[in-house]
Design a protein around this ligand. Structure first.
Ligand code: ADP
Ligand code: MG
Length: 275
């Protein structure tokens, strides 16, 4: 559902037909992320035989194992209930695993002290299907607020916010309020907000779930661009069209298990019949 007040981004298009154009349309480089470059051999994310069962007994993940290296771009795909959001929740340590290990940047999240949680979260940027913008703040204020929370002593805050909004293509909408933006623009603000502290890991949970196909494609290009600029990107989605167009690594979940992990993959196995 498109949020109330959101304009239609592309009324004339109903299907996404254009060929992927991966040329970055922006030239502002992302500065070095926290901690500088990491040796490319050390994985940035490791799931090792992870089991997740919610308190009510729902088994969400069973023996899930995968490894992600710095600067990887990964789609986590699967039908509703497959466990995609649970993977994201474990990564941000909103939930804890019951078995196995989740490691982020070499740190076992099962052993993470509560007081070290902010340091973990500063490594990450996250966006969701619903954009979660603060309705009474302008675009600029929404992004600035996020930076003030993660990095209170930050100097040159205004410049950082402006630069980030330029990267997402909203430099001319600084003073708008969320309800004066289209759905796609609102998601770009959410992306800017997640990006403003320059996280090394960028997580997106169904980022295109509320958007029409053309707008969705713009958002995915932006995520690819964030990846090209150096961040590791994980996108949980059941948006088949996007996954098939991108030809990035695909980790497919079904009933909480990894059923496929394929580089340059598709939502469906090659040769499998489409609906
Ligand atoms: N907070 C929760 N409490 C209980 N069960 C949950 C909770 N969140 C998810 N589940 C269950 O865990 C399974 C995986 O859910 P989820 O990770 O949200 O999958 P997806 O994002 O792929 O739709 C589902 O069976 C779901 O009902
Ligand atoms: Mg989900």
């Amino acid at each position: 559902m498109v949020p109330q007040g959101a304009a239609n981004d592309s009324p004339q298009h109903s299907r996404m037909v254009s060929t992927p154009d991966l040329t970055p349309n922006r030239v502002v480089p992302l500065p070095d992320t926290e901690g500088g470059p990491q040796p490319s051999t050390r994985p940035i994310i490791v799931f090792e035989r992870v089991n997740k069962t919610y308190p009510n007994g729902n088994a969400a993940l069973s023996e899930v194992s995968f490894t992600v290296h710095p600067r990887d771009f990964v789609f986590i795909v699967g039908p509703s209930g497959a466990g995609k959001s649970s993977v994201i929740r474990l990564l941000i340590r909103e939930e804890a695993a019951q078995g196995g290990h989740v490691l982020v940047d070499g740190q076992d999240l099962g052993r993470l002290r509560r007081r070290h949680l902010p340091r973990l979260r500063r490594k990450m940027g996250i966006v969701f299907q619903d954009f979660k913008l603060l309705p009474t703040l302008t675009v600029e204020q929404n992004v600035a607020f996020a930076l003030q929370v993660t990095d209170p002593g930050r100097r040159h805050l205004k410049e950082k916010v402006a630069e980030t909004l330029f990267i997402v293509g909203l430099e001319d909408k600084l003073h708008r309020f969320p309800d004066q933006l289209s759905g796609g623009e609102q998601q770009r603000v959410a992306i800017a907000r997640a990006l403003v502290h320059r996280p090394r890991i960028f997580l997106a949970d169904e980022p295109t779930g509320n958007l029409d196909p053309d707008t969705s494609w713009g958002i995915v290009q932006l995520l690819l661009q964030i990846n090209h600029r150096g961040a590791t990107v994980l996108v949980a989605t059941h948006d088949r069209e996007i996954v098939d167009l991108c030809r990035q690594r695909v980790i497919a979940l079904e009933d909480g298990r990894v059923i496929r992990d394929e580089t340059g993959g598709q939502y469906l196995e090659a040769g499998e019949a489409t609906l």
